[in-house]
Design a binder for this molecule. Structure first.
Ligand code: ZN
Length: 756
């Protein structure tokens, strides 16, 4: 549950979805090295812009990171878009009838220079940002939007796609070709390509209105985050950790209140404050500020915007004949329809509520030893939960860190990849491949048995100014074979604190888990065996599953005994300490599951009802009451601050996806645990690679999972993971499909370090 995704697959449709949202994409892409049409090469050399140029050098060509120049970026993107649109026009205006070869294959080939420019764009945006870059980004954003619309609204192009699709329904193509056609056709159709001119016009107006409402919604939240700061005096700091006090003092000084302590109105400030502060009255105030964001009955109140957004979304999908927004959105997700997602959530919900009751009882018992009058309120939950944690699961995170050396963990990743994927990682000698910062290291990935070159893996491990927070994975180039073989350039990016020279980089258990997680994305890229670029796309409720699963190898015996070694003594981490970490993982799951599910269920409710006269204020209250929401807990994101859902469309009816991926993760992990060879079982690993990693989106995810597991995933494993009782016949099924594409906003939210 958490973090990134980041295979930005650039196909026209992907970009088209961006146009709808109206936010500039970061698009990491597959670029084309070997077989360049002469015409295109001429065009590029005329422009003489290195950011558009073919990649040269070893390994099928690599990005010219050493020659990046920000002044070239805007002309490169603009020229790249122009070139791509020309190619699209050529495809659309081909006098010959539309065929797979002259339409789909040509679309898959098109836009390569732009892909390359976007690779650099993504790097500036994430790894080496600057105020100058952000200015360029703002200027480019509407232009990119416009460019996407030109493709998505190209009537002639869609007619050809439709012709190919209709023919393929009558006489099917090869499996992977059929799937490409289907994905491309469905994406266009989902964005209204089938509508008549009048409806298309209305469709575009709705999108324009929505994009303004989304921006306003998120700016209102920002306003309330910036303007409700709680300042503490020196005698109001009881219980707070030193590090927190230090940063609160700095936050106050930054706001001109030297000598005071600022609790800002963000999760990263609110959550630790509520966890540690002994000042109950102030806890209540901080809690109220945070959970009232966008809900203060003023000009920044978001409730009216929610109604407007829901009505416009509903009108838009009605144009295309859908009953509601959720039905439209989920058709190409693994869940396929709202019912499947709701059934899953309903299956977990009662156990979460039951656990909350136990948690509250545990807390009440502790509270009563201190103050007989306390009844646990929402602003007490984190505070007393922390006391229970200390009592039951005392875990010294500093002690754990001593066993987690970054270099060893990197070797642990390679070991795991070797065991499961038969991959070998060899350092690329310095200077052979250009990098954008001296800290970035590169490894070559080969097949352990045949020695065949598979790709490169770039690691940018340390925090620095201009690099965004969190951790993420991306590709500079993805695997394809349809136009000559392209190998993978994958990268992992983290924000570890760079150690002093000669010192080991020691990281926390959470960070080590994230390191494995992101590497899971990289392995998903590296193991791809798809022929066409479109098939590399991700599926929102599926693509976090592979990475989450890989996290499980961190605590396997082989990794522990070889790599989790004390940085001074060289001793492996003691089994008792590992057991403590595992025990602590079920801690507070009642709270976490309930606050999450309340938001996820509400997301689905909003998008399955008739929004005509909806008042979010009363609707939220009533819906929570019907759910028997515990009075001690509030939604993780209350409606007026639910940016995932209302400041864009990335997670609208998609918030459940975190849970969906968790179900798959837990169930697949149990497949390993039950195998004769455990987590290193060769047969299970082979199936894992064959069905769940290598096909990417060339296979229906539900079908792929069935081939791996011999059945659909069920929720039993997830319930065990969270320490919930497994229902006697809990067979909530998981089925189905895909989706690609991202926009920057979504990406940020998915990242580790960003909020779930
Ligand atoms: Zn991820």
């Amino acid at each position: 549950m958490k973090r990134p995704l980041l295979n930005y697959h650039k196909n026209p449709l992907g970009i088209l979805a961006l146009a709808v949202i109206g936010i500039a994409p970061i698009i990491q892409t597959q670029a084309q090295e070997n077989t360049k049409p002469t015409m295109e090469t001429t065009a590029i050399s005329e422009l003489n812009n290195i950011l558009l140029s073919e990649w040269t050098g070893p390994y099928g060509g690599v990005p010219a990171f050493d020659k990046m120049d920000l002044s070239l970026l805007q002309p490169a993107i603009e020229k790249g878009m122009e070139m791509h649109l020309k190619e699209i026009d050529k495809i659309a205006n081909n006098p010959a009838p539309g065929t797979f070869e002259n339409t789909i294959v040509e679309m898959e080939k098109a836009g390569k220079p732009l892909d390359r420019a976007f690779t650099y764009y993504g790097l500036w945006s994430s790894n080496i940002s600057s105020p100058e870059f952000r200015e360029i980004q703002q200027e480019l954003s509407p232009k990119i939007s416009e460019y996407s619309s030109k493709i998505s609204q190209n009537k002639k192009l869609f007619e050809r796609i439709k012709a190919v699709y209709d023919n393929s329904v009558k006489s099917p193509l090869e499996d992977d070709q059929q799937r490409v056609v289907q994905l491309i056709y469905e994406n266009f159709a989902m964005e209204g390509a089938n509508l008549d001119e009048k409806s298309k016009k209305r469709y575009a107006e709705i999108n324009k209105d929505l994009s303004k409402l989304y921006t306003k919604f998120s700016n209102n939240i920002l306003h309330d985050e910036e303007n409700y700061v709680t300042y503490l005096e020196k005698d109001e700091l009881d219980g707070l950790p030193d590090s927190f006090i230090k940063s609160a003092a700095k936050a106050a000084a930054d706001r001109g209140k030297e000598g005071k302590y600022a609790i800002t109105n963000t999760r990263s400030s609110m959550a630790p404050f509520l966890t540690y502060s002994d000042e109950r009255k102030i806890r209540e105030k901080v809690w109220n500020n945070y959970y009232s964001r966008g809900d203060n009955d003023d000009e920044y109140d978001n409730n009216k915007l929610i109604t407007q957004i829901l009505k416009l979304r509903n009108e838009r999908v009605k144009l295309m004949g859908y009953n509601n927004y959720a039905e439209w959105r989920l058709q190409n997700r693994m869940a396929k329809n709202p019912e499947n997602a709701i059934n899953l959530m309903n299956a977990v919900w009662p156990a979460a509520l039951a656990r909350v009751e136990q948690e509250v009882a545990d807390m009440q018992a502790i509270a009563e030893t201190q103050d007989l009058d306390v009844t646990i309120k929402p602003w007490d939950y984190r505070y007393y939960a922390e006391k229970v944690r200390k009592d039951k699961y005392d875990l010294d995170s500093d002690e754990v860190k001593q066993y987690l050396q970054l270099d060893n963990l990197t070797q642990a990743l390679f070991f795991t990849a070797g065991e499961l994927f038969n991959f070998n990682f060899t350092p690329v000698e310095e200077g052979k491949v250009s990098v954008f910062h001296e800290d970035v290291k590169v490894w070559e990935v080969t097949d352990k048995t045949t020695g065949e070159h598979i790709g490169l893996w770039y690691l940018d491990p340390y925090a620095r100014p201009g690099k965004r927070s969190g951790a993420w994975a991306t590709t500079y180039r993805s695997y394809t074979t349809f136009n000559g073989k392209e190998t993978v350039l994958s990268s992992n990016n983290s924000n570890f604190v760079k150690p002093a020279p000669g010192e080991p980089a020691l990281i926390s258990w959470d960070d080590a888990t994230t390191f494995f997680h992101e590497f899971g994305h990289a392995l998903h890229f590296l193991s791809s065996n798809v022929k066409y670029p479109t098939l590399n796309g991700g599926v929102r409720d599926y693509t976090e599953f592979q990475s989450q699963l890989l996290e499980r190898w961190l605590s396997t015996d082989k990794v522990i005994n070889q790599f989790l070694l004390h940085h001074e003594t060289g001793e492996p981490i003691p089994a008792t300490l590992v057991q403590k970490i595992k025990n602590a993982s079920t801690f507070n799951q009642g709270f976490e599951t309930t606050e999450f599910l309340a938001s996820a269920l509400m997301d689905m409710k909003y998008h399955t009802i008739d929004p005509e006269n909806i008042n979010p204020k009363t609707f939220e209250k009533k819906a929570l009451k019907e759910l028997n929401m515990p009075k001690e807990i509030v939604m993780r994101h209350r409606s007026p601050q639910f940016g995932h859902v209302f400041s864009g469309e990335g997670y609208a009816t998609g918030y459940y996806g975190y849970l969906w991926a968790d179900v798959l993760t837990a169930d697949a992990a149990e497949a390993f645990a039950e195998s004769p060879g455990g987590f290193y079982d060769k047969e299970t690993a082979a199936k894992l690679v064959k069905y769940l990693f290598a096909p990417r989106n060339s296979m229906d995810p539900a079908e792929a999972y069935r081939l791996f597991r011999g059945r659909d995933a069920n929720i039993d494993g997830l319930m065990r993971d969270r320490g919930f009782p497994v229902p006697a016949k809990a067979n909530e099924k998981h089925e189905d499909k895909e989706e690609a594409l991202q926009e920057e906003n979504e990406k940020m939210k998915e990242d580790k370090g960003e909020e779930k």
